[in-house]
Write a protein that binds this ligand. Structure first.
Ligand SMILES: *[C@@H]1O[C@H](CO)[C@@H](O)[C@H](O)[C@H]1NC(C)=O
Ligand SMILES: *[C@@H]1O[C@H](CO)[C@@H](O)[C@H](O)[C@H]1NC(C)=O
Ligand SMILES: *[C@@H]1O[C@H](CO)[C@@H](O)[C@H](O)[C@H]1NC(C)=O
Ligand SMILES: *[C@@H]1O[C@H](CO)[C@@H](O)[C@H](O)[C@H]1NC(C)=O
Ligand SMILES: *[C@@H]1O[C@H](CO)[C@@H](O)[C@H](O)[C@H]1NC(C)=O
Ligand SMILES: *[C@@H]1O[C@H](CO)[C@@H](O)[C@H](O)[C@H]1NC(C)=O
Ligand SMILES: *[C@@H]1O[C@H](CO)[C@@H](O)[C@H](O)[C@H]1NC(C)=O
Ligand SMILES: *[C@@H]1O[C@H](CO)[C@@H](O)[C@H](O)[C@H]1NC(C)=O
Length: 275
């Protein structure tokens, strides 16, 4: 009886211990992050080696990862580099569950959809490179909460709307590139004309190739309404001018032919015998 009890107790403790160890080894946050990212991405070239539930449950062995594109530190994913893999699909908002992430590079793929504002929970994020995709929608102002951001590279996408003023508050930014999108509105002064030691200023190459961005370091606002008015004005003006000109032409021609006719008539009447 007692022996059975002891055995049961030992067995129970063993099972509990195994469960505890399992829980320590797999990080539920990173697992949720990877499982959902895998769901939102399509990988037609089969580039994501070892992306399966087993590696998702235990992506890191201290600093080593078997998962393509993932780099670990202290058992957590701290870098995801999935650039130039012909990936399609969207960026999962659940990436926010990879809470130790410092670098996210999804550049040079065919990703669509928005930049999820949920990325704001990645408080350790220093590098965010989403360049050369087909991302749409607005730049989420919530990214300002990622206070350690060093690099924001969104160039060559289809982003619309303004550049959030708040991004100018990210005082660790050393690279910022939103060129070749469809952004509009004024360039935040805090981004373009930063003053202070070790604050690099971003020149026109960071902003060019957009639909309607204006202000330093790009040219100032040229009101579209005005230019349309000007074009209409020029059109109307030249139209009126040519109208006046052709009228005058026609008048002169009429007068000349009138006189000719009159002269001819005169001639004719001169030649014609009177009845
Ligand atoms: C990852 O996504 C693919 C489809 O893109 C799916 O076939 C596969 O089962 C997923 N893997 C896991 C572990 O969820
Ligand atoms: C973890 O890495 C260590 C050293 O690199 C290795 O000895 C061990 O087998 C690895 N464990 C697993 C589960 O991969
Ligand atoms: C992207 O991948 C393709 C195919 O693997 C390769 O030819 C190309 O050089 C890569 N581009 C960059 C910039 O790495
Ligand atoms: C993916 O496959 C396409 C066509 O099969 C190929 O053109 C492209 O270079 C491949 N991309 C990569 C990154 O290997
Ligand atoms: C994972 O991310 C989602 C979306 O941001 C969030 O709602 C959820 O609470 C997160 N889960 C965990 C376990 O952190
Ligand atoms: C972002 O990634 C692209 C390649 O995919 C690279 O050319 C570019 O330099 C990166 N941006 C920064 C600021 O490092
Ligand atoms: C940039 O800031 C300086 C002061 O730091 C100011 O004198 C200058 O007018 C500003 N230029 C623009 C284009 O905003
Ligand atoms: C603009 O800044 C980039 C680095 O951010 C630099 O490579 C480039 O030469 C600069 N262009 C001009 C015209 O100053």
């Amino acid at each position: 009886m007692d022996v059975e009890r002891v055995i049961k107790l030992v067995l129970f403790s063993c099972i509990t211990l195994i469960a505890l160890i399992k829980q320590c080894l797999s990080d539920p946050n990173d697992e949720a992050c990877l499982t959902n990212l895998n769901k939102s991405l399509q990988d037609p070239n089969k580039s994501l080696h070892n992306w399966n539930q087993q590696t998702f449950a235990k992506p890191c062995n201290d600093s080593i990862s078997n998962l393509q594109g993932a780099i670990c530190n202290n058992g957590r994913i701290y870098k995801l580099s999935l650039n130039n893999l012909s990936l399609r699909g969207t960026i999962s908002p659940f990436l926010s569950n990879c809470t130790n992430l410092q670098a996210l590079d999804l550049s040079s793929n065919f990703l669509t959809g928005p930049i999820p504002p949920e990325l704001q929970s990645l408080v350790n994020l220093a590098v965010l490179n989403l360049s050369s995709n087909r991302l749409e929608g607005e730049i989420p102002p919530q990214l300002t909460l990622c206070a350690y951001l060093n690099i924001i590279d969104f160039h060559d996408n289809l982003l619309t709307g303004p550049i959030p003023q708040q991004l100018g508050l990210l005082n660790r930014l050393s690279a910022f590139d939103v060129s070749n999108n469809r952004l509009s509105g004024p360039i935040p002064v805090l981004l373009s004309n930063r003053s202070g030691p070790n604050l690099p200023r971003f020149n026109a190459s960071s902003f060019e190739g957009n639909k309607d961005l204006y202000g330093y370091p790009l040219p100032p606002l040229r009101s579209k309404g005005l230019s349309i008015l000007a074009i209409v004005g020029i059109g109307l003006g030249s139209g009126l001018a040519s109208l006046v000109l052709s009228f005058t032409g026609v008048c002169i021609w009429l007068k000349v032919t009138d006189r000719k006719v009159a002269l001819e008539e005169g001639k004719i009447s001169h030649l014609m015998p009177d009845y």
